[in-house]
Design a protein around this ligand. Structure first.
Ligand SMILES: Cc1ncc(C[n+]2csc(CCOP(=O)(O)OP(=O)(O)O)c2C)c(N)n1
Ligand SMILES: [Mg+2]
Length: 361
């Protein structure tokens, strides 16, 4: 009964083509696109650098451990690692408040850890154990935590874009000030439903930030072989959605751009696009030997742009931390990820009685 009442209220809203409490025209910003990179990256304080260092390293060590468990045959199915892209989620998460929501595709372990989900629960899901976030029944691409504001984990390329726009619609409908961060890749950016979502998001001024993680490849296809327009920050132009390109390897640039975009969406001005220029070091998934690019290309990114090394170098240069202190942080994180792996290896598989729970039938 309640559901039916809500449903009809939603369709009434949609019928009027304006969401409740849509801001007046005067509140709208100039649609001019910020195509230039934000000039001058704001410096981080010592506390911010140390926090970013720890959070990015947590993701990297988690992913390295997941790669090992996969190699040992403890993780089955698909497993897409996020190594190289850590600055994106860590910088963006710093712009959020309690109640905001995150949704992404299948390369999702970093997003979950950034949202504050427990590495043990994520790792145990990868190994298909009962202590996993989906009781071991979802695996790498299907994990959720309403408590931490994480809405998955989606294997259908681009599907999360419509869902993330829906989360934003729900926030507008409920008249709260929460923002939906909707992440997707450069490959996903060519899917049709992305543009249907852009249209509705701008029409109803929905509080959503679209984050396009341009890591230069969609499976084995380089971005310029698949995309007519490779500047993804321009993809909202015909919908009047502003966008900007961000150095996604520099956590300071991500945090600053994230704060601007989230504030824009939260204040009722509508959606915003951030194209994160980033790079994945590993293959598309664990089964990809990545023969479509040279070792030199990967090595150049690692040595010249690594997001964690950048923070580490600044911490050392400014004498905000010693080599020993940074090693101690690393050792602590390695212990934490070893404990997660031990848990994920020892925890039992779900009971047979779970076969028919939490599934549509
Ligand atoms: C609708 C749909 N089409 C194709 C696929 C197969 N597929 C899985 S990942 C992928 C590439 C997506 O690349 P991108 O969006 O750049 O994300 P990345 O893997 O680089 O993070 C494709 C084509 C799929 N899962 N769903
Ligand atoms: Mg990609």
């Amino acid at each position: 009964m309640v559901v039916a009442a809500k449903k009809s209220a939603v369709s009434k809203t949609v019928g009027k083509t304006a969401a409740p409490k849509a801001p007046a025209k005067s509140a709208a910003r100039s649609p001019a696109r910020r195509s230039e990179k934000a000039s001058g990256v704001p410096e981080f304080t010592k506390a911010e650098e140390l926090d970013a260092y720890r959070k990015m390293l947590e993701i990297r060590r988690f992913e390295e451990k997941a790669g090992q468990l996969y190699g040992m045959g403890l993780i089955g199915g698909f497993c897409h690692l996020y190594i190289g892209q850590e600055a994106v989620v860590v910088g963006m998460q710093a712009a959020l408040k309690e109640g905001d929501e995150v949704i992404t595709g299948y390369r999702d372990h970093g997003h979950m850890l950034a949202c504050g989900m427990d590495p043990k629960g994520v790792m145990a899901e990868l190994t298909g154990r009962q202590g996993g976030y989906s009781k071991g029944k979802g695996g790498s691409m299907h994990m959720f935590s309403i408590e931490k504001g994480f809405f998955g984990g989606h294997g259908i390329v681009g599907a999360q874009v419509s869902l993330g726009t829906g989360l934003a619609f729900a926030n507008r409908y409920r008249e709260n000030d929460n923002v939906s961060l909707t992440y997707f890749g450069d490959g996903a950016a060519n899917q049709g439903q992305v543009y249907e979502s852009f249209n509705m998001a701008e029409l109803w001024k929905l509080p959503v930030v679209f984050i396009i993680e341009n890591n230069k490849y969609a499976m084995g296809t380089a971005v310029n072989r698949a995309s007519a327009q490779t500047d993804f920050s321009k993809r909202g132009t015909s919908f009047n959605i502003p966008g900007e390109q961000v150095d996604g390897m520099d956590v300071r640039a991500v945090k600053a751009a994230g704060a601007r975009a989230v504030e824009f969406a939260r204040s009722g001005k509508g959606p915003y696009i951030l194209e994160m220029l980033t790079y994945r070091y590993r293959g598309h998934s664990m089964s990809d030997p990545a023969k479509y690019r040279s070792k030199e290309e990967v090595q150049k990114m690692r040595t010249e742009h690594d997001p964690i090394e950048q923070v580490r170098n600044r911490l050392l240069e400014k004498k905000w931390a010693t080599e020993e202190e940074l090693k101690a942080i690393d050792a602590e994180i390695r212990d934490q990820m070893n404990a997660a792996a031990d848990f994920a290896s020892a925890d039992p598989e779900p009971d047979v009685s779970e076969l028919y729970t939490d599934v549509l039938r």
